[in-house]
Design a protein around this ligand. Sequence first.
Ligand SMILES: *Cc1c(COP(=O)(O)O)cnc(C)c1O
Length: 400
Amino acid sequence: MNNNKIWLSSPHMGGNEKKYINEAFELNWIAPVGHNLNQFEKALEDYTQCGHALALNSGTAALHLSMILLGVQPGDYVICQSLTFCASANPVKYLGGIPVFVDSEKDTWNMCPEAMEKAIQACLDGSIADSFPSVKELTKTFARKPKAIIPVHLYGMPAKMKEIKAIADKYGIPVLEDAAEAVGSELYGEKCGTFGEIGVLSFNGNKIITTSGGGAILSQNKAYIERAKFLATQAKENTPHYEHKEIGFNYRLSNVLAGIGRGQLEVLPERIQRRRKVHDFYLDALGGMEGITFLKEPYGYLSNRWLTCVLVDREKTGGVGPQEIIQYLAADQIEARPLWKPMHLQESFEGAPFFGGYIAEQLFDQGLCLPSGSNMTDEDLERVVFRVKECLDVKLKKAV
Ligand SMILES: *Cc1c(COP(=O)(O)O)cnc(C)c1O
């Protein structure tokens, strides 16, 4: 076996990216905006059927601007999924808001609708301040409606959007969908990122397609997109001189990087197909092993399988958990990782309100992300499987 490094998820270019970048060079349309940017946004709109798209320089920037669009201000509650990457919740803090974390459910690992409703009710009746004293330091008016709900489609698996939307509508709270990891995933035939008032995508280097760094806002509401574009370009008024009535940001994607995005979007269907094959390969090879569980797609759900993640139950593997497998793989130049560490367990969100039980915590304890890049060869996959099995066998033998 060769021992080249196998990454968790590395960039995978399609071929046309360079052509579009060259176009930008030839036209000297390097910055700030230009043809690639317009075409990339149009392609995003066509692909997702989202209505309107705005390309930005990161998913985090897209989340930040979206929260401004939804009116998040100091002291406002924002309902967030706890099991996620920090960028889903950090912008709440940029704006002085209060993230209210919600546990996951077991079917998709995403926001639990029941726990979410409890969180909303605790905000509405103000009881949140009794259970979580930190809230009293952040706001004087405890009983208020959350400004937004931010479900996440982790690892590409769609969250229970139908249930979440029904509750959100009942209380009249807008949904901001963090679809950073779910570009191309679908729920009942519709693309993730198009279910909420606003959806956010990421094109960071490790995502299913990449612009090296980038993100986008999707919305049916054109006014949101126009306002986001204005704020993303330093809130410059439409005058010959530089006139500003508001504070803005420098968040737009560059025209050069949008060229990479155009090329990447052309091969997205192939990338999804390959990542799903990677998942099926692991499922075939490891699905029958004692103590290893895969995340199934519920009926009507289509995950882009950005990362294939499994749960490893130490009690059934003779004491082998995710950490042991990660270390074992690392010794053979194979990168694997635990799941995201829940936000309510992070020091950066110490004391933040949390609703639910121990699902997110258990998932973090047992979860393992396997290398899932669309550029992995079958030989790479066999090497990973061989080492995972070896690790489980070695430990089992030692345990006997
Ligand atoms: C990657 C990611 C983001 C942030 O995107 P960037 O483009 O890296 O800023 C936000 N949320 C989730 C769930 C992510 O995985």
